[in-house]
Design a protein around this ligand. Sequence first.
Ligand SMILES: Cc1cc2nc3c(=O)[nH]c(=O)nc-3n(C[C@H](O)[C@H](O)[C@H](O)COP(=O)(O)O)c2cc1C
Length: 141
Amino acid sequence: MKKAAIIYQSKTGITRKFGEEISRYLLTKGIETQTISVSDYKNGIIEQSDYVLLGCWTAGFMLFFFQHPDKIWKRFAQELPGLGGKKVALFTTYKIATGSMFNSMRKYLADKGTDLSVELKSRKGDLSLENKTTLDRFLEN
Ligand SMILES: Cc1cc2nc3c(=O)[nH]c(=O)nc-3n(C[C@H](O)[C@H](O)[C@H](O)COP(=O)(O)O)c2cc1C
């Protein structure tokens, strides 16, 4: 059975909900999942996973630019082990626009040695049809 680690940083619970929705969907695809906040992350979880989904709420000025992850997430990302050999997806929740959020997340993971192009976003933490299609492709490739 393939394993997925879904690791999020959430202030008010929306990104946690999105992570849990992602987890529920992956379970229907026969993937074993573990959904945890960055503060509960323990060394070894990523090493034991085939899929790694990293999420954070969108911080910025509510404009269409200057979005970035929270500093707790930035520190977490920089301290992560290499992600070579893992399939990685990024997810976020936002109110108006994700703007530069995904590019900023990638910046903090740039030295981890894996493709970071898969993106999932949600306003309320629900999993849209588009998110499901993205996850289907993520699991197939
Ligand atoms: C300080 C702050 C800055 C934010 N900046 C943006 C922003 O630039 N763009 C946006 O769409 N949402 C922005 N948001 C909204 C959050 O990204 C959104 O409410 C998110 O779903 C919260 O996730 P959480 O419940 O997991 O903490 C901001 C929220 C806060 C508190």
